[in-house]
Design a protein around this ligand. Structure first.
Ligand SMILES: [Zn+2]
Length: 236
C-alpha cells in the first residue's frame, strides 16, 4: 500500500490512425469482446487524404467514445506539420483542437495526446503543443520509425516514441515488437496501426490483431492500456 510495485508491467498501447470507418467499427468490436477499449487518432478534414477509403465523421467518434473507446487528435488534416511554416502549423494545431473541443463530447485538450501526422514535429512545435496537450506522439523532425519504447525520460518529456510498419501488412512486425517490449520492459510501449485487413497503409489482418491482443493478455510482463487520461504521463 502506497509503494510502487517492484516490477510494474509494461503498458502496451495500440493506436489506430486516420479513422477508416470499416476498420474502426471492427476494431471497436474486437476490443469490446475482450473488455478493452480501443484508441483512435482521427482527422478533422480527411477528404483529400487516401480518398479511396471511407473515413468516419465526429458522429461516429462520439458514438465510439460513448461505447468506451478513446478518441485523440491526429491533426486538422494530414499535412506534414514540418513541411509548412511554423505559424501555419500552429494555426492548424489550434484549428484541430478547437474543432475537437466543439465537436467531440467532453474533449479537453489538456487531457489528450496529439498524434502527429507522419510522427513528425519540430522541437518548436513540440514546445507549443505541450502548452496545450498532455503529450505528443512524434519521432522528431524526420519522423523516423521509432522503437516505441517509452521509459521515464520519454514520459517526463511528454514526447512519445512509437513503432510501426508498412506499407505492407504489419502482422509479424507487431508481434516481434511485443516480444521485444517484453524483453526491454519500458514503462510504455506504443505502436501505431492504421486500418484492418486491406484498409489503409500498413494494415493489420484481423487475425493478427487478435493474436497480438492474446499475446499481451497472456504475458506476465505486459498489460494493455488505452492511453486514457486517468494515468499520468509527465513528472508526477
Ligand atoms: Zn495518418
Amino acid at each position: 500500500m502506497g509503494t510502487n510495485p517492484v516490477n510494474p508491467r509494461t503498458k502496451v498501447s495500440l493506436v489506430f490512425d486516420d479513422g477508416f470507418t470499416q476498420s474502426c467499427l471492427k476494431v471497436a468490436d474486437c476490443f469490446e469482446k475482450r473488455g478493452l477499449s480501443a484508441t483512435f487518432a482521427v482527422l478533422v478534414e480527411h477528404k483529400t487524404f487516401m480518398p479511396a477509403f471511407h473515413k468516419g465523421e465526429f458522429s461516429l467518434w462520439n458514438t465510439l467514445q460513448a461505447r468506451g473507446h478513446i478518441i485523440h487528435p491526429h491533426g486538422f488534416d494530414h499535412t506534414d506539420l514540418t513541411s509548412i511554416p511554423h505559424e501555419h502549423a500552429v494555426s492548424r494545431i489550434d484549428a484541430c483542437l478547437e474543432y475537437f473541443s466543439k465537436h467531440l463530447d467532453y474533449f479537453e485538450p489538456a487531457s489528450t495526446i496529439y498524434h502527429a501526422t507522419y510522427n513528425r514535429t519540430t522541437p518548436e512545435l513540440n514546445a507549443y503543443l505541450l502548452t496545450k496537450v498532455r503529450a505528443v506522439r512524434s519521432t522528431g523532425l524526420l519522423g523516423t520509425i521509432g522503437n516505441g519504447m517509452n521509459h521515464d525520460a520519454e514520459l517526463e518529456r511528454r514526447v512519445l516514441s512509437c513503432a510501426w510498419h508498412g506499407p505492407d501488412h504489419c502482422d509479424e512486425h507487431l508481434l516481434a515488437s511485443l516480444v521485444e517490449a517484453e524483453r526491454v520492459q519500458p514503462r510504455l510501449f506504443l505502436y501505431m496501426l492504421h486500418g484492418l485487413d486491406e484498409e489503409g497503409w500498413g494494415p493489420i489482418r484481423s487475425q493478427a490483431l487478435e493474436r497480438a491482443l492474446d499475446f499481451i493478455e497472456a504475458s506476465p510482463m505486459l498489460e494493455y492500456w488505452n492511453l486514457s487520461s486517468g494515468e499520468s504521463i509527465g513528472s508526477d
